[in-house]
Every structure is written in structure tokens, then in C-alpha cells.
Ligand binder design. Structure first.
Ligand code: GLC
Length: 558
């Protein structure tokens, strides 16, 4: 089933072109754009995005001004969790293309100066993975079963799950299987859907396989890995009960026996040695939902991964005090380990920030300019540069997210979308008209709202007031201005209630001031305005003066 391509090394160690441009430690300042392959561009008109579709749109991403592209999983998969259930880590799912398409995509990206980061899913495989299927066939006590977490059930007849762990998607984290003779058998652990059995990372074959997989993709030329559920691979010894009830949230303050166990760090130390063997600064990015920023920092110690997502920032409401606290907390946690802070507002698992922050497009644009002024690296999720909202009215019959099918009846989310992930995965509008608004030649796997065409790339291109133009200008400014991008601190300036203002300085003494009015009324900021310098960028119409409009971020420069 595995497809083979001749191994080859990274073309030159550095992508050619402008991105990175030979600057050291590209990942300390990089803006990384997340492509969700199902929903970016459909090259063959089957309604599902694919690798040729992405490849054809790489010039758009280069022009947008991002440094790297992170691709959500494209591996062979039954798609029980949109590709986060991998059946073969060395093959591309036919619906996305094949390994030649991946090779061509990586080469083209490098020619355009873009780096490519692929998603690695080491916490669990698909239940259709060859190892799991063989484990089922071979029965209890066989070596293949030890690569997953199989356990006898509790109760007189083993009819109860081995412990009280809950799946992130709802329900028990255990499913019972039949013995090879058809009688009721053991249970296996799945922190996510039943089709996603968790690997046993105490098993040497599992560790060896993932080191081999890293090399496979590094040899294909990828520049790094986004590591899915990076905090989940190691479970507490003996799989003890968690002892609480209530649906789990990925980002909670709870200490859990299956998340953020100290044993994961040894895995990352061994992976870092492999990454460092390759030229061109290949990186690892942890998707680690941990209780505190200090715990997150452990994943990016100098001999572990390079970056970790900042979900504490993503989860912060649009409130000046809360934002200042999380920014300081993030920078303070990363400084001792020497890793860059990262910033993210949207991804394929959360309600898009335009909708989530509750202030429409103006607030979304202000939030983005704040994020892009902060020191470190930033993540953009496809479509946010178009100002796409969450699609909140998808009919139940089109939904595909396993979280939707497994959730309980209670829904405590303010806008009814929390925990439902199809609404941020609706395919991108490229043109104002046409079947699926230019996403492909036919329909799209999730229906697009009628107004989608007005938000398309074609409609926004050339319009200086568009959100696309704002993102392009902000990314160009980040590249041009030494005070933006990498760094580990900001200097806060005194500001009225509800306003955040800070100054950043470049090594050459140049500066940028960023001021954010988080309130819904204009605020006078005469005292805060730089006496010298010029307006660099504003998220809403702001021609100068000493009043910051509501929900607005402004950058000034020397
Ligand atoms: C991560 C992914 C999410 C997926 C889950 C299980 O949180 O971002 O989309 O469902 O892992 O792999």
C-alpha cells in the first residue's frame, strides 16, 4: 500500500527565493499559513480539495507574504476525523493525490521561497492501520496488541471499560473488540474517536517507526512537522482513573493522566537529534494543550521542539487586561528556554476569530494586527485573510466532524458552535461567481453560504480597503521593519482603560508602536501618540488624529 519515491535530500538546505532570505533561525519570526487540504482548492473537480489544487495556488501564498505553509494531514486515511486518522503514514490519500503530487508541491513551494510543514499524527493511528488490523486478528497477548493500549474490561465478564477516561469527542475513551473467535474480547483506548486507537509509546516498535517516518518526510524535503496532540503520547503508569466527570475540554486547568506527562519530552529530544541532522533548519511545532504557559515552554527547551502553539492566547477574550496578561505570560514563559513565542487566533478546530471574538470584521482585523505586531512567530488559518466568518448554520446532514456525532445533548457554548468544527472548514471562495466560487469546477464537500463570493480572493484583490490587502500590507511591513517579527519582549506604554499600547525596537534602533482600542467606542489617545514618526498601518479607517476608533489597531513607525 505504501507508495515509493526515490529518497532525496533537501534541495539546497535553504529554499531559494525571498522567504527566509538566508536570515538565521527563520522560525523565530516566521508567519506560517495553515492550509486545510480538503477546503483550500480542488484541482480535479470532485468537490474535495487536493494537492494539485494547493500547488496551483502557491503563488497566491507567496504573494500574500507568508514564510511557510503548514498542511493538515493528507495521508491515506478512512477520513473518520478528516485525515487525523492515518492508515498509512507514507502514502497520500488518493482523494488528495499521490506522492508525486506531494513532491511537486514541495519543490514548487521551495522555488517560491515558501517552506512546507506537514502534520504528523503520532498519538493514534486509524483503526484501519495495518498494525491495528493485525493486532485485532492476532488476539490478546500478542506483540502487535502491545503497540496499542489493549486491556481486559472490568466487571464480572469484562463488560466495563478498564478505567473512567473520556474521549475528547465525548463518551468513553474505550471500545470493546471481539476476539478472533467472535467472543467478546479486550478493550482498546482511543482518546479521540473509536476509529483512532492510541499508540502505546512504551513500545519500542512505535518509537522506531516514528523516527523512520520523520526521516521519510525529511528526505522528501519538508521543512518541519506540526505534531498533533503532542502532549498526549505518554500515559500515566497503570492508566489510573481520572476521577472526575464532565466533558473534557482540550485546554483546561485539569491535570490529567493522559495529557502532558513528563515522559513525552524524551521523545522530543530524540526527534530533535534527527531534525538537526538535516540542513536548512527543519523544525518541530507542538500542538500541546497544557494547563499553563510554563508547561508549554517545556516542549520547546533547546534540545526539544522549536515552537508550540499558544492556545492560551487563542482562548483569550477581546479584553485589554486579559490580553496584556496573556502576552506577558507567554513572553515570560518562553524567555527562559530561549524559544520564540507564537501567536494564533484561528485554526481548523476552533470557531473562526471573526465570529468568536464577537465584534465582526472590525474586531477581527484589529485582533490580527495586534497578533502580527507581537514578538515571535504567528499562525494564520486559511481564509482569515479574507475575513471569513464561521459558518454557523450548516445543516446537520452535511456535517462530518466526529465531535458533532459524539457530543452529548447539552450545549453550553455561547454561540452554539463551540466544539463543532465543520463551520470553520467550509471551502475557500476564490472567485465571485461560479460553481463553488472558484474552489473547484463543481460543488464543494461542505456547502458555502450564498454571500461567500463577495469575500472571494478575486473580489478583494486590488481593493485597498479589503481584509486581503490588510494582511498583505501587514506581512510586507513585518518583513521590511526590523522592529517587527522576532523578539522576546515588548515595552508597554501607559494607555487609557481598554487600550493596549506597546513599543518594539529593532537592533538598529528603529521602532514600531502598536496601539489597540479593544472597546466599542472611540478613545482619545493624544498622550500615547508618538511625537515623531509616521502611521504605518491601521486596521480600520484612521487617517491620523488623536482618537482611536472602536475596535481598531494602529501601527506607527519611526
Ligand atoms: C488535533 C487536531 C484535530 C484532531 C485531533 C485528533 O487536536 O487538530 O483536528 O481531531 O487532534 O487527531
Amino acid at each position: 500500500m505504501t507508495q515509493h519515491l526515490a529518497d532525496r535530500t533537501h534541495p539546497s538546505g535553504e529554499p531559494s527565493g525571498t522567504a527566509g532570505g538566508g536570515r538565521p533561525d527563520w522560525w523565530r519570526h516566521a508567519v506560517i499559513y495553515q492550509v486545510y487540504p480538503r477546503s483550500f482548492a480542488d484541482g480535479n473537480g470532485d468537490g474535495m480539495g487536493d494537492l494539485p489544487g494547493i500547488r496551483a495556488r502557491l503563488p497566491y501564498l507567496a504573494e500574500l507574504g507568508v514564510d511557510a505553509v503548514w498542511l493538515s494531514p493528507f495521508y491515506a486515511s478512512p477520513q473518520a476525523d478528516a485525515g487525523y486518522d492515518v492508515a498509512d503514514y507514507r502514502a497520500i490519500d488518493p482523494m488528495f493525490g499521490d506522492l508525486h503530487d506531494a513532491d511537486a508541491l514541495i519543490r514548487d513551494a521551495h522555488d517560491l521561497g515558501l517552506r512546507i510543514i506537514v502534520d504528523l499524527v503520532p498519538n493514534h493511528s486509524s483503526d484501519q492501520h495495518e498494525w491495528f488490523q493485525r493486532a485485532l486478528r492476532q488476539g490478546p497477548g500478542t506483540p502487535l496488541r502491545d503497540r496499542y493500549h489493549f486491556r481486559p474490561g472490568k466487571g464480572e465478564h469484562g463488560e466495563l471499560p478498564p478505567n473512567d477516561w473520556e474521549s475528547i469527542f465525548g463518551g468513553s475513551a474505550w471500545t470493546r473488540v471481539a476476539n478472533p473467535d467472535g467472543s467478546p474480547g479486550e478493550w482498546y483506548l482511543h482518546l479521540f474517536a473509536p476509529q483512532q486507537p492510541d499508540f502505546n509509546w512504551n513500545n519500542q516498535a512505535v518509537r522506531d517507526e516514528f523516527r523512520s517516518l520523520l526521516r521519510f518526510w525529511l528526505d522528501m524535503g519538508v521543512d518541519g512537522f506540526r505534531i498533533d496532540v503532542a502532549h498526549g503520547m505518554v500515559k500515566a503508569e497503570g492508566l489510573p482513573d481520572m476521577g472526575s466527570t464532565g466533558q473534557l475540554r482540550l485546554l483546561g486547568a485539569q491535570v490529567l493522566p493522559f495529557f502532558d506527562q513528563d515522559g513525552v519530552h524524551e521523545i522530543y529530544r530524540s526527534w530533535r537529534r534527527i531534525l538537526d541532522e538535516y540542513p536548512g533548519q527543519r523544525i518541530g511545532v507542538a500542538e500541546a494543550w497544557t494547563p499553563t504557559a510554563d508547561r508549554t515552554a517545556l516542549y520547546v527547551r533547546p534540545d526539544e521542539l522549536h515552537q508550540a502553539f499558544n492556545f492560551h492566547y487563542l482562548n483569550t477574550p477581546w479584553d485589554a487586561d486579559a490580553l496584556r496578561r496573556v502576552i506577558d505570560g507567554s513572553l515570560d514563559s518562553m524567555r527562559p528556554v530561549g524559544a520564540p513565542s507564537t501567536w494564533v487566533l484561528s485554526n481548523h478546530d476552533v470557531v473562526r476569530h471573526l465570529t468568536r471574538l464577537g465584534g465582526g470584521l472590525a474586531r477581527a482585523r484589529a485582533a490580527t494586527l495586534l497578533m502580527l505586531a507581537l514578538p515571535g512567530s504567528a499562525y494564520i488559518y486559511q481564509g482569515e485573510e479574507l475575513g471569513l466568518p464561521e459558518v454557523t448554520d450548516l445543516p446537520d446532514e452535511v456535517r462530518q466532524d466526529p465531535a458533532f456525532f459524539r457530543r452529548g445533548t447539552g450545549d453550553d457554548a455561547a454561540d452554539g458552535q463551540e466544539g463543532l468544527r465543520d463551520g470553520c472548514r467550509v471551502p475557500i471562495p476564490w472567485t465571485a461567481e461560479g460553481a463553488s466560487f472558484g474552489f473547484g469546477d463543481n460543488g464543494s464537500w461542505l456547502p458555502q453560504p450564498p454571500g461567500w463570493g463577495k469575500l472571494s480572493v478575486a473580489e478583494q484583490t486590488g481593493d485597498p480597503s479589503s481584509t486581503l490587502a490588510l494582511y498583505r500590507a501587514a506581512l510586507a511591513a513585518r518583513r521590511a521593519h526590523p522592529a517587527l517579527g522576532a523578539g522576546d519582549s515588548v515595552t508597554w506604554l501607559p494607555a487609557p482603560a481598554g487600550v493596549l499600547a506597546f513599543r518594539r525596537e529593532g537592533a538598529d534602533g528603529s521602532w514600531v508602536i502598536c496601539a489597540v482600542n479593544t472597546t466599542d467606542t472611540p478613545v482619545a489617545v493624544a498622550d500615547l501618540l508618538p511625537r515623531t514618526g509616521q502611521l504605518l498601518l491601521a486596521s480600520t479607517h484612521f487617517a491620523g488624529g488623536d482618537v482611536l476608533p472602536a475596535d481598531t489597531t494602529v501601527w506607527w513607525r519611526d
